[in-house]
Design a protein around this ligand. Structure first.
Ligand code: F6R
Length: 258
């Protein structure tokens, strides 16, 4: 894993967006994997800026989102489909039919999950996957205990995740208790992963993911097996990293070499 400790969230977002933008420039028909939540909002704003000010062309890309709340239709204001439309897709030139978010209301969710996996495979796999991390170490909605080989499926959320996500809903009781989520195994097949992390509440989970053992109790730790993962975090999120001096030194070396 390449760990970059940034001065602030703006730098986290700019550097992470740079990797996605470089991919789109190099491969106009790239397949991009997107996450929802607060963490990637700055990255999406930067992609929108690059589109509007520098003409970054998203017309040929295909996108797959990590997850969707079970039971929420794409039109629901709190659905991840609505989130993506509002925070990215409506502001760039990707044709909507090239964007994919798992269905939270499929009649046969098992079949829909298999079809989602098949579609990713048919498109040649994900070139760059954007990720956040939950305060319990989850990636997508792969909660502690999820198999590190898991595929897209229905998962039940932990009380911690329900609490964390209650801020997006009017009442805590409105937070769905399960979701359709890509699996850890699905995510590990992306060619490149870019994780954005911000805030002190993520510090313990991030340190465990990067420097702890690979364990299903912190599914982000599975990224230690991934050959091309970039982590961009701010100072607050990096607070518990033991090797922070080393990461900073590597960054200086990399900059000097380029
Ligand atoms: C959502 C997702 C989740 C979030 C995580 C952090 O698509 O993939 O794993 O990245 O729950 O959420 P925020 O960024 O809101 O702290």
């Amino acid at each position: 894993m390449e760990v970059t400790i940034c001065t602030d969230y703006a730098e986290v977002s700019r550097l992470a967006a740079g990797i996605v933008a470089d991919m789109v420039r190099a491969m106009p028909d790239a397949v991009l994997g997107f996450a929802t939540g607060s963490s990637p909002l700055g990255l999406y704003k930067e992609l929108i800026r690059l589109h509007k000010e520098e003409g970054l062309d998203f017309s040929g890309i295909t996108t797959f989102n990590l997850d969707e709340y079970y039971g929420l239709d794409g039109d629901h204001p709190q659905s991840y489909r609505s989130f993506m439309n509002e925070n990215l897709f409506n502001h760039i030139n990707v044709p909507m039919e090239q964007t994919h978010v798992p269905s939270g209301t499929a009649e046969d969710w098992l079949e829909a999950c298999e079809a989602y996996e098949d579609l990713i495979e048919d498109m040649g796999g994900i070139d760059v996957q954007v990720l956040g991390i939950g305060s319990d170490g989850h990636i997508a909605f792969n909660e502690p205990g999820s198999s590190l080989g898991s595929r897209t499926r229905r998962v039940y959320l932990t009380q911690q995740t329900i609490e964390d996500n209650a801020r997006f809903f009017e009442r805590r009781e409105d937070v769905p208790t399960s979701a359709i989520s890509m699996g850890v195994g699905t995510i590990l097949e992306a060619a490149t992963c870019v994780m954005v992390v911000s805030g002190a509440n993520k510090a313990p989970a991030l340190a465990a993911a990067i420097e702890g053992p690979v364990t299903a109790m912190n599914t982000a730790s599975a990224l230690q097996w991934h050959p091309d993962t970039w982590v961009f975090c701010d100072e607050a999120a990096a607070a518990d990293l033991e090797m922070r001096d080393y990461y900073n030194w590597i960054r200086k070396q990399r900059e000097a070499d380029s």
